[in-house]
Design a protein around this ligand. Structure first.
Ligand SMILES: Cc1cc2nc3c(=O)[nH]c(=O)nc-3n(C[C@H](O)[C@H](O)[C@H](O)COP(=O)(O)O)c2cc1C
Ligand code: SF4
Length: 533
């Protein structure tokens, strides 16, 4: 299928998205002490370099009462501005615009970090945090609005091209919009116009601060999927109210409530791609503003189809670009099959957020480590034996070969791939590549797995039908053996050191990650091999 729409630029107020692929907002836990870090800059820059048309950062908190998780960016402190500049400069180097998402999580929070009362429209406890919030007074509403304006000012100073108001799945604005959480009887409760009042007041305050230089977007939830919550008809009306302000440049969409129906926000592999398209579709029929559709677009052809069928104007691809930063560039270069596909497993991205760890990806060991220097070519190439040609062993072999070692991979089965073959048979993983790795990378797993009968090319040699221990003992190698179950056996000093560290803290951290041991081991093996020098 040829791409007709995906690469066309689109105007969002004063900003041009260079194509229709948006890296939409998502938490990363890369912040330190409430401030953005060099890892943020490197992470977003990698996606800009990889061809994204527009980047929207994770949320920045707008008020001290909003601190639901430790590593949140505190946008209300001026000391975030140098970090903002580092991010925007790194992304702009690739001529990609970047917007900041700003937010107050409202009642979807606890007072654990802030030691302040949780603020919400009404005293309705959140199902996850279970803390009864304080219904905000009019003076506190004014404070919330001022907080949004202040953070927008910081973002403008930090070089962002636009602001997105998160009013969707975890937000005080969502709390006001939803009848499930807004029980007010004043001018902020009751009718949809009243419930949307906070939203329009924030829009006006932010626009006043940013003027017409920056774009302003609103992210809305199309269906909260909770009893008594917002459904598509209400959401369409809110989109119209936002448009009627005349101050909004685009509408982003979402589905579900982060603390009640999270499973639909970041849908798993069991939910079909594009499952939430009914939301942008309905918005587009009701408003003229550009609308972003989001929801498990895992390959660019699906994104193109969503545009071609008129469901949306831009497509949010979040986990797709977490797994492969070059998602867009590969598609544009005609190498769609080389994209390292997101599995929608939620193990290292969503899963790690809840564990207070930094965002990674089981498919891509580099995700979350973009700021770390790449391992240099080894000054002293070694003969390295890797025992086991499952994903862990093969990733270890690739990494070692890339830094100049001479690698032999031993596998006692008649075919490489380990549990990948088994996983590929599961429903919803229709293509082997869905469980695996980029096919076009000469040294990557699938190239190797295809070469089942012998040499796997120049970079390393794959040996089958060996008796593992005997082969290992007899092998004439300098360093390291890794087996596919993540156990490391080696009699060199270095091997022993690695084994010890594997058994200690790193091992625990490694083991405690959620999910599939096979792919988990691939990330581990990458780390392991970077320590062979
Ligand atoms: C780890 C993670 C954290 C997220 N955090 C946010 C967030 O802070 N703000 C937001 O609007 N959406 C957030 N999202 C939702 C995404 O923007 C997007 O709607 C969702 O991932 C579905 O898109 P995808 O299937 O392309 O991943 C998050 C998603 C992930 C995976
Ligand atoms: S960890 Fe899983 S769901 Fe998350 S980006 Fe990677 S492959 Fe996708």
């Amino acid at each position: 299928m040829a791409y007709r729409y995906l690469w066309t630029p689109l105007q969002l107020g004063p900003v041009t998205a260079r194509n229709r692929i948006v890296f939409s907002a998502h938490l990363t836990n890369y912040a330190r002490d409430g401030k953005p870090t060099a890892q943020h800059a490197a992470y977003y820059a990698a996606r800009a370099a990889g061809g994204a048309g527009l980047i929207i950062t994770e949320e920045h908190s707008t008020h001290p009462t909003d601190w639901p998780y430790e590593k949140l960016i505190h946008g209300f402190h001026r000391d975030v501005i140098p970090g903002y500049r580092a991010i925007t400069e790194a992304v702009h180097r690739h001529r990609v615009p970047i917007f900041a998402q700003i937010n107050h999580n409202g009642g979807q929070a606890s007072s654990m970090y802030s030691r302040l009362p949780v603020w919400a429209p009404s005293a309705v406890a959140d199902p996850l945090f279970r803390e009864v919030p304080k219904a905000v007074t009019h003076a506190e509403i004014d404070e919330i609005i001022a907080g949004y304006a202040l953070v927008a000012e910081h973002c403008a100073e930090g070089g962002f091209d636009g602001i997105e108001l998160q009013c969707s799945h975890s937000s005080i604005v969502r709390g006001f919009l939803s009848q499930a959480t807004n029980q007010r009887t004043d001018q902020y409760g009751g009718s949809i116009e009243n419930r949307a009042r906070l939203l329009t007041e924030i829009v006006a305050a932010v626009r006043k601060v940013i003027g017409n230089r920056l774009a302003l977007g609103v992210r809305l939830c199309g269906d909260e999927l909770i009893e008594g919550g917002t459904t598509i008809d209400d959401a369409v009306r809110v989109a119209q109210i936002a448009e009627a302000t005349g101050q909004v440049d685009y509408i982003n969409t979402s589905i579900g409530v982060a603390t009640a129906s999270l499973f639909m926000i970041e849908a798993s592999m069991h939910i079909p791609p594009g499952y939430a398209l009914f939301i942008p579709s309905a918005f587009r029929k009701a408003v003229d503003l550009p609308v972003v559709g989001v929801g498990r677009f895992k390959d660019p052809l699906q994104a193109e189809r969503a545009l071609a069928e008129g469901h949306c104007d831009l497509v949010g691809v979040v986990r797709g670009q977490i797994a492969d930063p070059d998602f867009a560039a590969k598609a544009r270069a005609g190498a769609t099959d080389d994209i390292r596909l997101c599995l929608s497993c939620n193990q290292e991205c969503v899963g790690r957020m809840g564990l207070n760890r930094w965002l990674g990806c089981i498919e891509n060991p580099r995700t979350g480590r973009e700021a770390e220097p790449r391992v240099a070519i080894s000054a002293k190439p070694k003969r390295v034996l890797v025992v086991g040609a499952g994903p862990a062993g093969l990733q270890a072999a690739i990494a070692a070969a890339r830094i100049g070692h001479q690698v032999t991979v031993g596998e006692k089965e008649a075919q490489a791939g380990g549990q990948v073959g088994l996983g590929a048979k599961a429903e919803q993983r229709l293509r082997p590549a869905d469980v695996g790795y980029e096919a076009g990378d000469a040294a990557a797993f699938f190239a190797v797995i295809k070469a089942v009968d012998g040499s796997a090319g120049d970079e390393f040699h794959l040996v089958y039908q060996i008796v593992e221990i005997g082969f290992y003992a007899a092998a004439d190698v300098d360093d390291l053996a890794v087996d596919i179950h993540g156990r490391c056996r080696r009699d060199s000093d270095k091997g022993r050191r690695i084994e010890r560290s594997h058994r200690s803290g790193n091992h625990k951290e490694f083991r405690s990650r959620l999910g599939n041991p096979v792919t988990r081991n691939a990330a581990w093996s990458w780390w392991l091999v970077t320590s062979i020098r």
